[in-house]
Design a protein around this ligand. Structure first.
Ligand code: GLU
Length: 464
């Protein structure tokens, strides 16, 4: 029987999670979902200075919004300290780690000597016990660090699902500090204990961790476990070609929700930012899960492109269910102080305008004319609502007063009015749009008018 796939997303809650970071959640989530596996959320909050609850909240909210649901967790590393200390104790007993009393002044001096001799700075093994070796006398009052006994000779090899075979010689890796003088465990150690305890089979993460991987693999093996499969994702660059980061303007994931992006649109966009399925650009969440595997992850850095995100989102708005859009548009309108029910009428309005919108904010921009007064611009009034057209507007208004309020009859009233005044369609339709909708361009005017209350249209035409 195949073992069940277990993946995790392990963000550090330092700064608000942006799209580049959350892509590292999307792939392990998709891999678990596509294979009937388990997806685990683990918050790596051991950097007390930089971690914050607000950042945790954005991670949780962002993942919930995007539908990246986890089966286990969130686990918090700060709540697992006892477990790390327990494993450290066992490793010390088994001789897998040792106490090192070298002071930072001694370490600095060592580094300087090595640099002067053009050697790579590394710990020299002073306190590493070996058969027949006499260790220096333990200095008074110094709290030791714990160092991991890295294997000597040989190399660490893994088949990275993105980068291919990677081999690092053990001689490159010195004995890593895995517990600080105050006993707190260090990052690489916690990750391994967690990945073991959580039964992780596939680690999908950013390639800024490639350098940690051989060290982590050695710790896995020392603990008698085989390491998981690794897939190191290339960085996401911003539009300027720099690594995407909050410092250079990357927005928090939840901001895209607030700006009217659909979760499915963002998932589609992010999926394509480092993975492909032939030439497919637009796909549903279900298709993505059907197609996703680790074999088609891209090797080169993805570059964020907001215009493309807008386009992808617009395609998803077109495909979206009108009732679902109505709920989102009602929320957007509520933010503007306009309280509207997400009912069948709002859904129909979404259907009428969604083809020309990239976000639900734009959709709300259109639909608000049905619920709040419009203010045509002076330029539009001057350019389109001319003295020459006013008699035709009056005729139309009169016809609309008695017409059956539906699209066909409204269209007939408009046709009859232009015929009566010898005008062309745009000569009347545009001023009607300006007066009723507050803008000179709209979808088909008969459909747009039919969606209004008759009285509202008559009042707005009256204002000439
Ligand atoms: N906490 C790490 C980060 O946010 C991820 C560690 C991992 O995935 O192994 O970069």
């Amino acid at each position: 029987m195949m073992t069940q796939i277990r993946t995790r997303f392990a963000p550090s809650p330092t700064g608000f999670i942006h799209l580049g970071n959350i892509r590292s959640a999307l792939y392990p989530w998709a891999f678990a979902r596509a294979n009937g596996g388990v997806f685990i959320l683990r918050i790596e909050d051991t950097d007390l200075e930089r971690s914050s609850q607000a950042a945790v909240d954005v991670i949780l909210e962002g993942m919930q919004w995007l539908g990246l649901d986890h089966d286990e967790g969130p686990y918090y590393q700060m709540q697992r300290m006892d477990r790390y200390k327990e494993v450290l104790g066992q490793m010390l007993e088994q001789g897998l780690v040792y106490r090192c009393y070298m002071s930072s002044a001694e370490l600095d001096a060592l580094r300087e000597r090595q640099m002067a001799a053009k050697e790579k700075p590394r710990y020299d093994g002073t306190w590493r016990p070996e058969p027949g070796k006499t260790l220096p006398p333990v200095p008074e009052g110094v709290q030791p660090v714990l160092r991991f006994r890295n294997p000597v000779g040989g190399s660490v090899v893994w088949e990275d699902k993105v980068k291919g075979r990677i081999e690092i010689s053990n001689d490159e890796l010195d004995d890593l500090v895995i517990a600080r003088p105050d006993g707190t465990p260090t990052y690489n150690f916690c990750v391994v204990v967690d990945d073991i305890d959580m039964g992780i089979t596939h680690v999908v993460r950013g390639d800024d961790h490639v350098n940690n991987t051989p060290r982590q693999i050695n710790i896995f093996r020392a603990l008698g476990k085989e390491p998981p499969v690794y897939a190191h994702l290339p960085t996401v660059l911003n539009e300027q070609g720099e690594k995407m980061s909050k410092r250079n303007g990357a927005k928090a994931v939840t901001q895209y929700r607030d700006e009217g992006y659909l979760a499915d649109g963002v998932v589609n966009y992010l999926a394509r930012l480092g993975w492909s399925h032939g030439d497919d650009e637009i796909f549903t969440r279900e298709q993505f899960l059907q197609w996703f595997n680790l074999d088609h992850l891209g090797k080169s850095a993805g570059q964020f492109d907001e215009a493309k995100l807008r386009w992808v989102n617009g395609q998803h708005i077109k495909m979206a269910d009108d009732g679902m859009l109505a709920g989102l548009v009602a929320e957007q309108l509520a933010k503007r102080g306009v309280q509207v029910q997400a009912d069948a009428r709002l859904a129909a309005l979404c259907g009428l305008f969604k083809d020309r919108c990239a976000t639900t904010v734009e959709l709300a921009d259109w639909i608000s004319m049905y619920f709040v007064d419009v203010e045509p611009s002076a330029e539009d009034l001057e350019a389109h609502v001319t003295e020459a057209v006013k008699p035709a507007l009056a005729t139309l208004r009169e016809k609309l007063t008695t017409v059956a309020w539906e699209k066909g009859a409204i269209q007939q009233a408009i046709k009859d009015s232009i015929a009566a005044h010898g005008l062309k369609m745009p000569q009347l339709a545009i001023p009607v749009r300006v007066l009723v909708c507050g803008r000179a361009q709209t979808p088909s005017i008969d459909a747009v008018l039919a969606a209004f209350d008759q009285k509202v249209v008559l009042d707005r035409l009256q204002s000439v």
